[in-house]
Design a protein around this ligand. Structure first.
Ligand code: PMP
Length: 456
């Protein structure tokens, strides 16, 4: 018997009663009811009442190959039939885990050939944090424990992830910020460096890393973690001068470099990894989201040969999750990567979709509400300001970016807001026509907010 679909009102009521949501104000949820999303295909999703949206955020920066690919469903089904689960603890492995570890190693930057599996970006960052500290213990430098990261960065929601991240509200909730984390100025020219050239500011932001290392003493610093392009924190590509200097500083002071590629991995920047786009040579590279295009929860921590040689000589690695290398999630990831390769999705982002998307984004640069349009590949952001010439900001209570997002929902597109920044990260398979549609509608929404503010 086919089940009659539940009404939106009934779902909202049950949701309100029983479902505790992440990153949601329960009071607002109770007042307004949740938005129930029921179906997805390609770059589009439908809510429970049949309204269609072009998903300009690929879910949460993750559905890279688009919704509804049956091949993944088939591969997952056959994996469940063959072997639904087996662990990778105590010297065990499954063929699917091994195949995925080998496949990931073939895609990562040179020398990152040892893959530790998890199920989320957050746990990948916990893994990286434990491994770098363990590494320094084994190297006889047990004081090297502090990890430096960037203000505004998002690295996850576990205690370690939130401590690594640079979001004050997350530090405050539950007194989460642990000892052993330092946050420094990010390479965010629009907020921190508009009085100088981008090149000079890039050097200044990199210098902030060296200053922090020197202040604490290099003997106390284990690692620096950053995304090649900050994602959730506002889509912030660093000036060209930033990464080369950061790389040098890490080397000079014996500080390990962790690239958090949870968003930038798997084609988002027009390469398999953002580390290729910015010529970064990390000691650890974390990935999640695009690894399975969100079809299954899986993350991976790629560890360098040099680091792994030290870790391997250090006895048992006392770390791992029941679902590390879950065979079903590995199967979904393998099929996702096969699709990306066969359909040349990374090349499509690099040569077609990315350039078109960036051109369209730059058309907003002289909009009266836009202070900066920035991005790379299929990542984009618009910095909304009251007066672009003076850089005068809106008061946060104005909620201008959130109001644009709300108008987006009314007009069939999904964008995301952080502070006064509008963010875009569509599925990588988006066509150039769909990119035009996304930005045409975004412009309409931004114009509407500009009119409400008496600016247009
Ligand atoms: N790192 C980065 C860069 C992220 O963007 C995110 C999630 N947005 C995470 C880590 C955490 O991933 P997850 O939500 O899967 O734990």
């Amino acid at each position: 018997m086919t089940k009659t679909p539940a009404s939106t009102a009934a779902l909202q009521l049950a949701d309100k009663k029983h479902h505790a949501h992440p990153f949601t104000d329960p009071k607002a949820l109770a007042e307004n009811g949740s938005r129930i999303i029921s179906r997805g295909k390609g770059v589009e999703i439908w809510d429970n009442d049949g309204n269609k949206y072009l998903d300009g955020m690929a879910g949460l920066w993750c559905v890279n190959i688009g919704y509804g690919r049956n091949e993944i469903a088939e591969r997952v089904k056959s994996q469940i039939e063959e072997l639904c689960y087996y662990n990778s603890f105590f010297m065990s492995a499954t063929p699917t885990q091994i195949e995925l570890a080998e496949t990931i190693s073939s895609l990562t930057p040179e020398g990152l050939n040892h893959i530790f599996f998890g199920t989320s970006g957050s746990d990948a960052n916990d893994t990286a944090s434990r491994l770098v500290r363990h590494y320094w213990d084994l190297k006889g430098k047990p004081t090297k424990k502090t990890i430096i990261s960037l203000i505004h960065a998002y690295h996850g929601s576990t205690i370690t992830g939130a401590s690594l991240g640079g979001w004050p509200a997350m530090h405050k909730m539950g007194s989460t910020l642990q000892a052993g984390y330092t946050h420094i100025m990010p390479p965010y020219w629009f907020e921190f460096g508009r009085n100088q050239s981008k090149e000079d500011f890039g050097l200044k932001a990199a210098q902030a890393l060296e200053d922090a290392i020197l202040l604490a003493g290099a003997d106390n610093i284990a690692a620096f973690i950053a995304e090649p392009v900050m994602g959730a924190g506002g889509v912030i590509p660093a000036p060209d001068t930033y990464w080369p200097m950061v790389q040098e500083i890490c080397k000079k002071h014996d500080v390990l470099l962790i690239a958090d590629e949870v968003i930038t991995g798997f084609g988002r920047t027009g390469e398999w990894f953002g580390s290729f786009t910015y010529n970064i040579k990390p000691d650890i590279l974390n990935m999640a989201k695009g690894l399975s295009s969100g079809y299954a929860p899986i993350s991976a921590t790629a560890v360098s040969d040099d680091m792994y040689a030290v870790l391997s000589a250090g006895g048992e690695i006392s770390h791992g999750f029941t679902y590390s290398g879950h065979p079903v999630c590995c199967a979904a990831a393998l099929e996702n990567i096969r699709i990306m390769k066969d359909e040349k999705i990374v090349e499509y982002v690099r040569d077609v979709a990315g350039p078109h998307f960036q051109n369209k984004l730059q058309e907003f640069a002289d909009h009266p509400l836009v202070g900066e349009a920035r991005g790379v590949g299929l990542l984009g952001a618009l910095e909304l300001v009251r007066d672009p010439k003076q850089g005068e900001k809106f008061a946060p209570e104005k909620r201008v970016a959130i109001r644009c997002v709300e108008k987006g929902f009314e007009n069939g597109i999904i964008m995301r807001a952080i502070r006064e920044v509008l963010e875009f990260s569509p599925p990588l398979i988006i066509t150039t026509q769909e990119i035009d549609l996304l930005f045409d509608r975004a412009r309409y929404c931004i114009d509407e907010v500009a009119k409400e503010e008496g600016i247009l």
